[in-house]
Ligand binder design. Sequence first.
Ligand SMILES: *Cc1c(COP(=O)(O)O)cnc(C)c1O
Length: 402
Amino acid sequence: PAFLRRSGRQRLSRDVAEFEQRLSSALSQRRELDLYRQRLTLESPQGPSVRIDGQSYLNFCSNDYLGLAAHPQVVDSFRRAATQYGVGSGASHLVCGHSRPHHQLEEALAELTGRPRALLFSSGYAANTGTLTTLLQPGDAVFQDRLNHASLLDGGLHSGARFRRFAHNDVADLAGKMSAVDGPKLVVVDGVFSMDGDRAPLAELAALCRREDAWLMVDDAHGIGVLGENGAGSVAEAGLDCDDVPVLMATLGKALGTGGAFVAGSETLIEALIQQARNYIYTTAISPAVAAATLTSLEILRDEPWRREHLAALIQRFRQGAQQLDLSLMPSASAIQPLLVGDAGRAMAISQRLRDRGLLISAIRPPTVPAGTSRLRVTLSAAHSEEQVDSLLEELILCQAE
Ligand SMILES: *Cc1c(COP(=O)(O)O)cnc(C)c1O
């Protein structure tokens, strides 16, 4: 009857109003706390300088650590592969989306990391959540550094395993927490922490895991391409192999300049992920052209060690300069050089002043970092020049003093 339909519709509109109401009050709360986020719209490729709204900015916030995102050879490979294989992969890997460039890239990544196999995922987020939920089950325990990337925390939380966080880089705290728990154990860390730039004590963690009969998983999103021989990453640099770190994950969208991610490990691990990881099975494969472009990035890693050397020299230069100027450096030796500010509003204000003066440096605020530790996340790239790093230092001192 008409009368029932009408009341159904009224109830629906009340519920919709409730969703609207809830969302907009969450938005205003974010605004009040200086936690509201806005996107920039770039009109240029990634590079040491980028264009926004017709203005040029010195870019110190991308993760393109080696300057490969718009490298002519990488772009050219992408173009050639798009001509040969098309742009879209057309399907998931298990249906018919797995093409020759994907396969070659997996083989090259296995070789780079010195592991039997590697498996491509569409993103680092998917690789981490898919791997953790495949590996873990109720009755297991997963131990994560409290500064681990959100995708690792989410994967651990969704896995059904007991979930424990340990104090940042605190091996003694981890050891205590591990000894209190029985059953299969997995320890998970970032190789290089994404918002602090410091490194996990991988050798000590591997030794502890060996003693405790636990597995170690490392997310090397910020180490791959930058650290170790040929850019093999922080696990290789620490002299650890597949027995020490059975699960290695890294992304392609940072130093390698493209997009997507991979997990590398034993034959059994990779086959299990192919059969079971829902984030692998139920998603479209990355573009074959992106895979081909990444193969070229790997060649550049091998052929142009100067990129890693130049980046290391810029990191040194920045840290020395910042120390002399008494800027609030954090203990990082990587391309991620955050300057601690504390208050979210103040971090935003400094970032805005820098923007007004032609520099792009993002203010990182909670919940990405713990409350009270808002910071300017400066990232350096092999594409920067020494002069650009010097002007960064000059502008920082002007804008922090105001
Ligand atoms: C960027 C990042 C990811 C996510 O990778 P995407 O490919 O961007 O989804 C995962 N872990 C860490 C440590 C990262 O910095």
